[in-house]
Ligand binder design. Structure first.
Ligand code: HEC
Length: 154
């Protein structure tokens, strides 16, 4: 007759406990709770967008224009075409585009917080609602926010 040594039983039980701990613990849960958020859910706040507007005027409006309508130098950053182009991507994708390729004349020179503030202003300019919390320059959080078009006006 073979008897399973007690130490193996404990190891197996601990393994299960650790697995459950990881699945329900703080590593996975925040992301799971965030999943399903979209830019319709108030992912920035008004103070941040106001900061972002000032930063946008300094670093972006020379090409994209103060009203974000774009011109010969650069495309519009507001309007249906812009939003539809990005629909299906995440805020991390848009953030990355800005962080790595913009401003067009000095790519990658702006701090992550500056880019997050400007991204929040772009959301505001496209009439996506503000909320309580700021949009944080944090890749996993940004990745969990989907860009969606606005529902058609009633
Ligand atoms: C020197 C001119 C210039 C400046 C300054 C500039 N951009 Fe751009 N931007 C461009 C050009 C040209 C394009 C189109 C080519 C491309 O997508 O890289 C563009 C494209 C973009 C796009 C993608 C647009 C789309 O239709 O997908 C975003 C977003 C953007 N810029 C954001 C910014 C932000 C935010 C700033 C300020 C931090 C900024 N840009 C500053 C020239 C500029």
């Amino acid at each position: 007759m073979t008897k399973t040594p007690a130490i193996l039983v404990i190891a197996a039980a601990t393994g299960v406990a650790v697995t459950i701990g990881i699945l329900s613990g703080s590593i996975v849960r925040p992301v799971a709770a965030q999943a399903g958020r979209t830019i319709l859910d108030g992912v920035y706040n008004d103070e941040q967008a106001a900061r972002g507007k000032k930063l946008y005027v300094v670093s972006c409006s020379s090409c994209h224009q103060e009203g974000l309508q774009g011109a010969d130098l650069a495309p519009a950053l507001k309007g249906d075409d812009f939003v539809l182009k990005w629909a299906g991507y995440s805020m991390q994708d848009l953030f990355d585009k800005i962080a790595t390729t913009m401003p067009g004349d000095a790519p990658g020179t702006l701090a992550p917080q500056v880019n997050a503030d400007i991204a929040s202003f772009i959301l505001q300019a496209n009439k996506f609602p503000s909320g309580h919390e700021e949009l944080k320059p944090d890749a996993p959080l940004l990745k969990a926010i989907a860009i969606t078009p606005k529902p058609p006006a009633p």
